[in-house]
Design a protein around this ligand. Sequence first.
Ligand code: ZN
Length: 329
Amino acid sequence: MPIRGLERLRRFENRIIDIARRHPALVRLRQYGYSRRDKHGFRHPIYVLEIGKKSALRKNPFALVAGVHGLETIAIRVLLDFLNEALNPKSKVYLREIKSGKLALVTMPIVNPGGIVANTRSNPAGVDLMRNSGVDAESAMPFFGGHRLGNLLPYFRGSQPEPEARQLMRFVREYLFPVKKGLAPALDIHSGYGSLNHLWWPYAFTKDPCEDTGLFQAIAKRLKSKLDDSFYRFGPQSESYTTHGDIWDKLYLECHNPAKPRTGARFLPFTLEIGTWAQLRQNPKRLLKKKLIFNPDKESKKEFIRAHRRFLYELVRLTKLGSLKEYRL
Ligand SMILES: [Zn+2]
């Protein structure tokens, strides 16, 4: 067993448990499921934190997800930092509405714990969980967009939904799909694509616009006015590249069936892709270490985390507490 990898996972797990321990009245920790068994026989637990009052969790949740790709640990750090700050009354991004019962956060901070231990993008079966949903792209990028050549190569689609992908889908169906009114947003945090930060919305499988494009654009416009707009790029994922098997496509298609009238809240999946390649240009030696391609170096780590804190705060406020009046919801 790679002990260093296991220690890395334990450090993140301890931070998750610590959030629950420090806010016993507001936070509930659930063990939601297990990862695929790894080659050493381990199945790693997948945790969920429910943050806020139970009634707010039913009526007004915002879902946060990270760690789908085991190498992208900066994404988990950004998520855990935000949870700590949002619960801290002294923080600039404190969300008082959690305590007052208006808002809840629900989070699966590490979807792919086996990937953290093995230091791989894929899960323990060598499957890329963001290529694993079964949705076929109209014209995916060759190889990178997902393939069925086998689990020795990255971006492998797998042949059936992996346990981690199934847990994530169950999580969204349990917490977001039953919401009756308003918006039901989810933010999935990744890192490593390009030198800019991207906020993507559906679709990944086609360049056709999704049904909520107007709403996504309105949210992007508001966010740009609140943040340094050169720092983030906004658009459908297919504007960057198209892929097979995106889990968010699968879930979005599930609740936007044109044959059925829409009921309940509008499920809005966002993906934040934190760009870490600007540093590669400054220091090309980083290319030799795969972990450094997907994560900033130690000195800029804190700066990175702080920069995205505000972004998450504004996205949560806008979609859960904002008015967005031009859209009758
Ligand atoms: Zn990723």
